[in-house]
Structure formats: structure tokens, C-alpha cells
Design a protein around this ligand. Structure first.
Ligand SMILES: Nc1ncnc2c1ncn2[C@@H]1O[C@H](COP(=O)(O)OP(=O)(O)OP(=O)(O)O)[C@@H](O)[C@H]1O
Ligand SMILES: [Mg+2]
Ligand SMILES: [Mg+2]
Length: 696
């Protein structure tokens, strides 16, 4: 029984998906902090019904009976309810027949998919026991197998030695998740049958007729209530699964058939799989047209002496890779695929690496010393299959083998055969050794190149002289303030938190960028410096991970000129690094315009409206002193810090693109274009808007 670890977090991965752009239409409308968006999203979900109060007692603790838990939580048993999980039902039934074959009782397995969607797996093994079960009065062993979790014959090793089954769960899980399921058993001179619906018997086990055959047949239709209405078995997938099983045990023949009406691709409607050379055949099939380093693959099979257990393997190397990948390793334990690898793979890698290094040393090849397991395996196509008693798989799944003796078993099994293989054909051994040493040397060279390029990248990164960078190295939390003019730059430098806040003063009026060409843009020293400070490349070469700051803050005077410069810069960002803007990295600082004080109290107002409001409330019936800041440069550093820069006190607006970005062009045209009256209006609005109270 293979099961996936249940997801502890339910469907929460939604929270990790990018947050959709909020429907804001102008660059000056604030966008909420991403964190706030996440929680806002959570808040959108329908509020949970008020919890029923007062009866959380023993009656609230349910014990699921029989197969109920399987239908309630299929993911726990088959890793989900998707197509992969659906096909896993087939794996469970097929594994049971394979166990019967590996135990030496079945020689032939038949798999067929019928026109009505039922899948049948039939073997000629001993047949499930049908006699009454001693511990379940009135029930046959067959019924217990099909309806009781953890009922199985593979716990003690008496009936099966090296089986893929070990939990006693598989057959009952398939039953629970099938709309209908019929089991037919031939044994003890009779054909027996019992039918089930969604895990429940629809009648008793019946002796249908005398028969001298033996074996078991399970025919079932997965339940659409579990897998969805459209869920059906895919012939191609069943075909592949059946065929690879046959490669894994040479003592079995698997017959495949499928109703032609169900096939919509190249899958053959009938086939017989029997591979007397096991994994060697499997590998030959995979590398059919691929040129390999050695003429023949290294393959073999070793039975454990005196005990149950076996190791089988096949491996070959190729310079050009196998399709998409440079190499592959597929591993199996008791014919169950272990896609996550495990101890058998570790033993395999160790055996090949040690063997090849030892051979290199013997051949006087000094460079063999640099070989690592990765060099040996990276370009190999490898299959490894072990048969062991009481396999241990990690956690709830059978995807990774963790039996520690499997590593020793494989390593010991391969040592001598690999040695013999190498010494028996010195030409092949030499080719392999050279090939692997080349890989090792390439690896070392790559590492060196990487070190060199990292060093030169650091050297190349010259920052503009005017930039007062932050002293902390972390990008998280780092902010770059773009300020207008050197005097404001001076105040900002004193007001900043050196660790996380950097200041770049931009001198004079920057180019009217919207109408400038790319060359002109980059030719502008101020803007070139800005890009250098940001660390990013323009256009589609922009990579967020290059960005040296978490936030870029445009900090200009709270007047019409300042608003103009801010809009020029926003336009520049939108034209040059739109992804930066889309990523919500660009902000507008909101310095105050007035300082209002009376007695010991002083407050700042962002604009006229705010000033009037304060005068009507905080300073009601008083005659306070009102000062107007002409520019940031006029503010005391402490004031600038308190009102505009200190993250715990300030207000900033995030620049957000409208959802319909085509209107950005209009906006830019409005801002920068040829109609001065439009421009003036925007600037006024922007100046006003920038005063909006937005906390981030
Ligand atoms: N085709 C079969 N032939 C003979 N006996 C079978 C067959 N299928 C199932 N059984 C018996 O039914 C038992 C229960 O099968 P089930 O698949 O539920 O569990 P399992 O194979 O023991 O373990 P796992 O849950 O890991 O598959 C098996 O242990 C075996 O004794
Ligand atoms: Mg089983
Ligand atoms: Mg069972």
C-alpha cells in the first residue's frame, strides 16, 4: 500500500500564489502592503458559521469504522484523488498479484480494461483464502481482506517472503474507493465470488461452480464520487505500468488487453510482456538509439545466499544524455517503484564509485582520485531493483526505501561483479574511466569559473559616487530614497537610518523621459547612476533578484515642481523597468507642507486640507504659528526623519499600475505629452493626492 503523507496545511498554498493586482487606476493610488492583501484575501472567504457552543465533549470524538476513513480521507491512503491517485488503485491490485508471482505461486497475470470502464486484474496464484476467518465470526478471509484495514498475509513472512505489500491495506482501500468491485477466487475445487459496492458487500461469498483452476481476479470500477465524474483509466498509463512490472520479475508474464473503444492514442489493444533478461531488457529498451560509452551495459542479478532476497541492476553511460535528462536512476523494492530513491540507490552509487576509483588506481591513473559519486552517476542510465524481507519505507509512503541493510546488500552484491566487468574488458573500462574523469574535471572547472565570475562581478559593481548606500548587506528592508537636489540630499543623509536607508540625490531637472529615446535615456548621467544604484538591467533583462533594495522611494518637495519630478521619475520607471513597478517596489514619500505649533504642541499637515482640518480640531480657538516648508532641504533632519522617513511614523504611497495597463500610456501621454494644460491638471491632482493618508 502506497500512501502519501497527508497535507497538513490543506489548501493553504493559495496563500503562496502571487497576489492579483488590486484594481487601482492611477500611479498615486496606494496599494496595500502585500501582507495586508493576504489577510484581506482571507477575510474575503465566507466567515465561518458561529461555532456551536458548549458540546465539545466525548460525543464530539468520532471513531471511524471499517472503511469509512478511506472514503473520508482518500489522500491519506492513495495520496489524493487526482489521476495519479486513480491509477494507484491499479498499482495496488497489480502489486498483490505480483507478490503472488514473486512468491513463486503465480506465473501469469492478465490486465484488461473493458468498454464499461471496469479494470480487471487476474492471476493464477494460490487465490485469496476463502475459509471462515477465526477472529471475524461469520466472515470469510476474503471478506476480511476486502473490508478490514490492516488485514493481510504479509506481516509474518510465512506466506510471502519478499513482498511489495506490507500494510494489509491495499486491497481494502481499492474496494472502499470503487463504486463496484467483484472478487473471484478459484481454489479448493471451486470458483468463489463476492461483490461489493463502495466497500460494502452486496451479498455473501458464494461458491459459483466447481472448478479446478486456481487464482484471484479483482474487477473494479473507481467511484466517481471520489475521483470525479470524468475520471477514467488511461490505457497508455496502465500499459506502461503493466510493462514495467514485467521487467522487474522475469518469472512472470503479463497479458494486456484493452477495449479498442477506450484507446485514443497509439497504445496497443493487446500485448504480452515477458522479459527473460529483466532489467537488462528494460535498459536496452530505454537506450535503444542512444550511443553509449561502453559497448555493453553492466548488468546482473545476485540472489542472496541461504536467505530470501535478491539484487538486480543494469547501468550504462552516454555522452549525449537520455532525452531531457543527462542521466536517470530508477529504483524498485519488491517491484514497487521508489521514485525518491533510498538506501538501495545509495548502495548502488557507492559500489560503482568505489569500484571505478579502485580500478583507476590499479591502472595507474592518478586522476581517478578526483572522481565523486555524482561524476559516476550524472550521465548514467541506471536501474536497480532489490527484493528484501520486511522492507522499510520512509514515513507513510513507499516512495523512498529506508531499510539500512539494503545499502549493504546492494554494495556487497555489486562489488565483485563490477570488478570482473571492468577487468574482463580493459578497453571498455578505459573508456568509462576516461569519460568519468572528464566529467570530474569539467565539474572542477565549472566550480573555478563560478568563483572567478563571482569575484569579477563584485569588482564590476561600481556604485555611483553620489550614492550614500546603506551599511547593511541585506536587501530585505533596504530602501533607496531618490531625492531632489543636493541640499535635500544632505538633510536626508542626516535623517536616515544608515543601516537600511540609502540616499541618491538627483540633480537638476531630469530629462523629459517619456519622449526621449532609449539612447538618450541611458546617456543621461542621473538616470544611468540610478540604474547602477538599483543594480538592475532595463527592459526584459530586469531580474527582481538583482534589485539591491526592497523599496525605492521617490522623495520630492511637496510642491508642484516636486510633483512634476516625481511624475517624471514614475514615467522613467514605467518605461525602463516596468516589472519593478508591477512588483510594487516603487513608492512616493509624503513630506508635510506645513508645521503648525502652539504652546508646546506642533503638528504637521500634508496639504491645505489637512492644515484646515488641524486648525479646526487640534488648534480650535487658538492662534497657532503656521510655517510652510519650501522644500525638504529646509527641514531639520530630525523633522524630516520624523515626518517622512522613519518607517514607524511616516506615511508613503505605493505606485500601482492600473489593471488595464493600456491606460498607462494615456496617463504617460497626459503627464508628459504635448498638452500642457493636461499636464498641469495632473500635477495638481497628484500633489493633492500624494497627501492621502496611506500607511504602509
Ligand atoms: N492476488 C492475490 N492472491 C493471493 N492473496 C492475495 C491477493 N491479493 C491480496 N491477497 C491477500 O490479501 C492480503 C491483503 O492485501 P492488501 O493489498 O490489502 O494488503 P498487503 O498486500 O498485505 O499490504 P499493502 O497494504 O502494503 O498492499 C494480502 O496480504 C494477501 O494475503
Ligand atoms: Mg497489497
Ligand atoms: Mg486489507
Amino acid at each position: 500500500m502506497t500512501a502519501s503523507t497527508p497535507s497538513l496545511f490543506g489548501d493553504d498554498d493559495d496563500a503562496l500564489k502571487p497576489v492579483p493586482a488590486p484594481p487601482l487606476a492611477t500611479p498615486h493610488e496606494p496599494r496595500p502592503d502585500p501582507k495586508a492583501v493576504t489577510s484581506a484575501k482571507a477575510a474575503e472567504k465566507p466567515a465561518p458559521a458561529p461555532a456551536p457552543s458548549g458540546n465539545y465533549d466525548a460525543s464530539a470524538i468520532e471513531v471511524l469504522e471499517g472503511l469509512e476513513p478511506v472514503r473520508m480521507r482518500p489522500g491519506m491512503y492513495i495520496g489524493g484523488t487526482d489521476e495519479r491517485a486513480l491509477h494507484h488503485l491499479f498499482a495496488e491490485v497489480l502489486d498483490n498479484s505480483m507478490d503472488e508471482a514473486v512468491a513463486g505461486h503465480a506465473k501469469s497475470i492478465e490486465v484488461s480494461l473493458d468498454a464499461d470502464g471496469f479494470l480487471t486484474v487476474k492471476d493464477d496464484g494460490r487465490g485469496m483464502p476463502v475459509d471462515p476467518h477465526p477472529k471475524h465470526p461469520g466472515k470469510s478471509a476474503l471478506e476480511v481482506i476486502m473490508t478490514v484495514l490492516h488485514a493481510g498475509g504479509k506481516f509474518s513472512g510465512k506466506a510471502y517472503e519478499t513482498s511489495g505489500g506490507l500494510h494489509g491495506v491495499g486491497a481494502s482501500v481499492v474496494n472502499a474507493l470503487s463504486e463496484r468491485l467483484e472478487v473471484t477466487v478459484w481454489r479448493d475445487g471451486f470458483e468463489h465470488r463476492q461483490n461489493f459496492e463502495r466497500g460494502k458487500p452486496t451479498g455473501p461469498l458464494q461458491q459459483v461452480a466447481p472448478s479446478r483452476k486456481k487464482g484471484t481476479q479483482v474487477r473494479f470500477l473507481p467511484d466517481p464520487q471520489i475521483f470525479g465524474d470524468g475520471a477514467i483509466f488511461k490505457p497508455a498509463r496502465l500499459y506502461r505500468m503493466a510493462r514495467s512490472k514485467a521487467y522487474l520479475f522475469r518469472g512472470v508474464q503479463i497479458k494486456w488487453s484493452c477495449d479498442p473503444s477506450r484507446i485514443h492514442d497509439q497504445t496497443p489493444p493487446e500485448a504480452t510482456f515477458h522479459f527473460p533478461n529483466g532489467l537488462a531488457d528494460f535498459l536496452a529498451e530505454r537506450v535503444k538509439t542512444t550511443a553509449t560509452v561502453t559497448e555493453s551495459a553492466f548488468s546482473g542479478r545476485i540472489e542472496r545466499q541461504g536467505e530470501a532476497g535478491a539484487v538486480e541492476w543494469a547501468v550504462t553511460w552516454t555522452p549525449q544524455g537520455f532525452g531531457e535528462a543527462d542521466g536517470f536512476m530508477q529504483s524498485y523494492c519488491n517491484t514497487v517503484p521508489t521514485p525518491e530513491g533510498g538506501t538501495h540507490e545509495a548502495g548502488f552509487r557507492a559500489a560503482l564509485t568505489k569500484g571505478l576509483k579502485a580500478y583507476g588506481e590499479l591502472a595507474g591513473e592518478k586522476r581517478a582520485g578526483i572522481i565523486t559519486a555524482d561524476d559516476v552517476i550524472a550521465n548514467a542510465g541506471a536501474l536497480i531493483s532489490v527484493f528484501i524481507r520486511n522492507p522499510e519505507f520512509q514515513g507513510q509512503t513507499k516512495e523512498r526505501l529506508s531499510s539500512s541493510d539494503a545499502q549493504r546488500l546492494v554494495e556487497n552484491a555489486l562489488r565483485d561483479p563490477f570488478d570482473h566487468w571492468l577487468t574482463a574488458s580493459p578497453k571498455a573500462a578505459r573508456s568509462l574511466l576516461d569519460f568519468v574523469i572528464d566529467r570530474a574535471e569539467e565539474r572542477l572547472k565549472r566550480r573555478k569559473d563560478k568563483e572567478v565570475s563571482r569575484a569579477s562581478a563584485t569588482r564590476k559593481l561600481r556604485l555611483p559616487g553620489k550614492l550614500a548606500d546603506c551599511s547593511g548587506a541585506a536587501v530585505d528592508g533596504a530602501e533607496l530614497f531618490l531625492v531632489e537636489g543636493d541640499s535635500a540630499g544632505g538633510s536626508a543623509k542626516q535623517a536616515r537610518d544608515r543601516k537600511t536607508q540609502a540616499i541618491l540625490p538627483l540633480r537638476g531637472k531630469i530629462l523629459n523621459v517619456a519622449s526621449a529615446s532609449g539612447d538618450k535615456l541611458m546617456g543621461n548621467k542621473e538616470l544611468a547612476d540610478l540604474m547602477l544604484a538599483l543594480g538592475v538591467q532595463p527592459g526584459n533583462k530586469y531580474r527582481e533578484e538583482d534589485l539591491r533594495y526592497e523599496r525605492i522611494v521617490i522623495m520630492t518637495d511637496a510642491d508642484v515642481d516636486g510633483a512634476h519630478i516625481a511624475s517624471l521619475l514614475i514615467t522613467f520607471f514605467y518605461r525602463t523597468v516596468p516589472e519593478l513597478v508591477r512588483g510594487g517596489k516603487l513608492f512616493l514619500a509624503m513630506p508635510p507642507l506645513y508645521r503648525i505649533s502652539h504652546g508646546g504642541k506642533s503638528l504637521y499637515a500634508r496639504d491645505d486640507a489637512h492644515k484646515d482640518e488641524l486648525l479646526a480640531t487640534e488648534f480650535k480657538n487658538k492662534k497657532p504659528e503656521i510655517g510652510r516648508f519650501k522644500g525638504l532641504g529646509e527641514m531639520m533632519p530630525a523633522q524630516l526623519k520624523e515626518t517622512t522617513m522613519d518607517p514607524s511614523k511616516r506615511t508613503m504611497a505605493r505606485v500601482v499600475l492600473p489593471r488595464d495597463e493600456s491606460s498607462v500610456e494615456d496617463l504617460v501621454e497626459t503627464l508628459m505629452g504635448r498638452k500642457p494644460e493636461l499636464r498641469f491638471r495632473f500635477i495638481q491632482e497628484n500633489a493633492e493626492f500624494a497627501a492621502a493618508d496611506v500607511d504602509i
